[in-house]
Design a protein around this ligand. Structure first.
Ligand code: GLA
Length: 701
């Protein structure tokens, strides 16, 4: 009745996608491993076809990418419309499929004659075999949609029939200072759903998902590459079919043309490949941005955990001298520098240097920092306003509020209303003036409050994006970091405008290594800030040796966030040595392939980066091992046939050094094959809690 099937095929390096159209229905026939070019798609369709069972429509509803409830489909829908105030089920007709000649993009178009609306779904195979997908609808009628009484009430970025086998999904939960806690759940009939609300993705990382197939190890990664609220749900029916629906509620109502934010889909044969796919994609996004010069990730010294609000110009100058002695390359002045900001109760909105702390502006401090060989970075939180600020006193109506109702604060602050053009223009001008008048290499762009009462959906992030675009265009040498009380606002869509993320406020190295491990599933190490904090840690109260704190910080974009004057000579020496090690290895860490190392002890975390003829690994024990002879650490990502010189760069962890089998042999370097390193491993002392080792490898000819 529907004629012969039509196919669209998308191919990457390791992934193929096949869509199959029958009449106006579009099924996802294949999303998985690369198929041979001459695969017989008709046979593939026949192999995937099922007969009906007794309690189904005679033509079983296929679901697919744009399910139609008229076929008996009872699952979720991609888009919903109202006509004259009543929900209406569109009749999507005249399905056409198109493919670009390079087979990198496929799209499908439908029309609804009555609604005079056109719907398009497109999938593009992008860097890393990451598929970018979105839905788009366009009003095709001569009169405006609302004149015709048509309203689109919602449109998801993606409705994805999940390939069979992906029976579990890892998602993330989190709160302040405890970002990105992975949770692996079965995809049951009860369904799963997550939402992030408050205008940012949140400490649970928004909507990063990794489905896994327990039999084959295959992975299916997913993410909405957009800033703001998300809703993701998985529904599974009694016939075993599951669908994922993901959307960003961005106010589609009344729009005559609407592009949903992009969703990303990645198929990979294993978790390590999934990670590399996301990293390749993230790096391509960074490089694609016209204002991104390739940058070395300079060692930061950040003032926040060194002195919070307790500083004046003289103290900062001393801190800068101490930071330079350690080897820091960028001095970042965190919160507290602007007018009236002596605590978190005042000042947001007044982006001029505090005249008491800086009688001559920031110029003398910046000159001092530069004379010490560092560049200068500054903390800002431009989307916010303190009720106790000149900006608020001058424009009390510039914040999000409802007339006549109380204005509840969070961290004593309100959110500026970016739906008003004059507000965004004013803030943009303030930040531009700061950048014009001062030599600023980096901005830590913070965001410490949820957006409420809610602004018109999507408008806040839209205005912000324009602001970042313009600032990057006008000040291409200034790098911007996204911080939101830690990792509350991190997504792939930001990369390009944003070049660094602050993954968590928690610098306790035991907590941080877990958080870095989880974030680095998706984001490469160079965009993830990682700082050596003070001991005891101001958030957890835990005391950790400098050796452990510093080793953990090497695996990221390294920084220091503690007062060197409060460290012992030995601690400063150790920190300086680790900073030197980071500088020596960052070209590997920030360009190579990351491998998470498996270890039988759940308290041992291992990460390793391979790049060209070099590799560097970090292995960290956080608890006390139940056995003295901890299992050998098996490396990953090496060429089994190649031979490597393996060393343990010093300084060594003090207590564990005592148990090292043959220190002299380690100093000289052991030569082993990739096969031996990956299967036999290295028996490192990992018994004691808070012990970390760094392992360096170099291929020998
Ligand atoms: C937030 C950030 C911190 C620090 C403070 C300053 O909490 O996440 O890193 O900048 O603000 O107030």
């Amino acid at each position: 009745m529907n004629g012969s099937p039509r196919f669209s095929r998308l191919d990457g390096e390791r992934t193929s996608v096949v869509w199959m159209a029958r009449g106006d229905a579009l099924a996802l026939l294949h999303l998985g491993a690369r198929l041979p070019n001459d695969e017989d798609l008709v046979a593939l369709a026949a192999a995937a076809a099922r007969g009906r069972h007794e309690n189904q429509p005679d033509v079983p509803p296929t679901g697919g990418l744009l399910p139609d409830p008229r076929t008996g489909w009872r699952g979720p829908l991609l888009a919903e419309f109202d006509l004259h105030g009543q929900p209406v089920t569109p009749r999507w007709r005249e399905l056409t499929l198109q493919t670009t000649p390079d087979r990198r993009t496929i799209w499908a178009d439908w029309k609804d004659e009555a609604l005079e609306t056109h719907l398009r779904i497109s999938w593009t195979m992008d860097a890393g075999d990451v598929i970018r997908t979105r839905a788009q609808f366009i009003d095709t009628g001569p009169r405006a949609i609302d004149e015709r009484g048509v309203v689109t009430t919602r449109c998801a970025s993606l409705l994805l029939p999940l390939p069979r086998g992906f029976g579990h999904v890892t998602h993330f939960a989190g709160r302040w200072a405890d970002d990105m806690r992975a949770e692996r759940l079965p995809v049951t009939r009860a369904g799963l759903s997550w939402a992030s609300r408050g205008g940012k993705s949140g400490f649970a990382g928004g909507d990063w998902l990794a489905f896994d197939d327990a039999e084959t190890g295959a992975q299916l990664g997913f993410h909405i590459a957009a800033t703001g609220d998300h809703e993701v749900r998985i529904e599974r029916n009694d016939d075993g079919d599951a669908v994922l629906v993901a959307e960003t509620p961005v106010g589609v109502e009344g729009r005559s043309i609407f592009d949903t934010p992009e969703a990303l889909i990645v198929w990979a044969p294993d978790a390590a490949t999934l990670t590399r796919a996301f990293h390749t994609h993230a790096r391509a996004r960074l490089a694609r941005h016209p204002h991104n010069p390739p940058r070395e990730r300079r060692v930061h010294f950040n003032t926040w955990e060194a002195c919070t609000f307790d500083f004046d110009e003289a103290r900062l100058m001393r801190l800068a001298e101490d930071a330079a002695m350690l080897g820091a390359e960028r001095f970042v002045l965190d919160d507290g520098w602007f007018k009236g900001r002596s605590s978190d109760r005042a000042g947001l909105g007044d982006w001029v240097p505090d005249p008491v702390r800086f009688p001559n502006g920031l110029g003398p401090l910046i000159a001092h920092v530069k004379a010490l060989g560092m560049d200068f970075g500054l903390w800002v939180e431009p989307e916010m306003v303190s009720p106790d600020s000149d900006l608020y006193r001058a424009h009390p109506d510039w914040c999000l509020h409802e007339p006549g109702l109380p204005r509840p604060t969070e961290r004593n602050q309100l959110v500026l209303d970016f739906t008003r053009p004059e507000v965004g223009d004013h803030i943009q001008a303030c930040i531009a003036r700061l950048l014009r008048e001062n030599d600023i290499a980096y901005l830590k762009w913070d965001h410490n409050r949820r957006l409420f009462p809610l602004p018109a959906l999507g408008t806040h992030s839209g205005r912000l994006d324009m602001m970042w675009y313009q600032l990057r265009a006008d000040f291409p040498d200034t790098m911007i970091e996204s911080c939101s009380s830690g990792g509350g606002r991190i997504d792939m869509g930001l990369l390009g405008r944003i070049e660094r993320f602050w993954p968590s406020d928690n610098n306790d190295a035991i907590e941080r290594i877990r958080i870095m491990r989880e974030w680095s599933r998706f984001m490469p190490l160079e965009v993830l800030g990682s700082h050596v904090g003070p001991s005891p840690n101001p958030i957890t109260g835990r005391r950790l040796a400098m050796d452990f704190r510093a080793k953990v910080a090497v695996f990221g974009h390294m920084g220091v966030e503690a007062d060197p004057a409060r460290m012992t000579d030995k601690e400063r020496e150790s920190l300086a040595a680790h900073i030197a090690l980071y500088k020596q290895w960052r070209s590997v860490l920030h360009a190579g392939d990351l491998h998470h190392l498996a270890h039988p002890d759940p308290n041992v975390t291992g990460m390793m980066v391979t790049h060209e003829d070099k590799a560097l690994a970090l292995v960290a024990q956080t608890a006390f091992s139940p056995v003295f002879d901890a299992a050998p650490v098996r490396l990953a990502g090496l060429d089994p046939q190649a031979r490597y010189r393996v060393t343990l760069p010093e300084p060594w962890p003090p207590r564990a050094r005592h148990y090292l089998g043959d220190p002299d042999a380690w100093r000289a370097g052991l030569v082993l094959s990739g096969a031996a390193l990956m299967t036999h491993g290295l028996a490192l002392p990992l018994t004691h809690p808070e012990t970390a080792w760094i392992i360096a490898l170099e291929t020998i000819a």
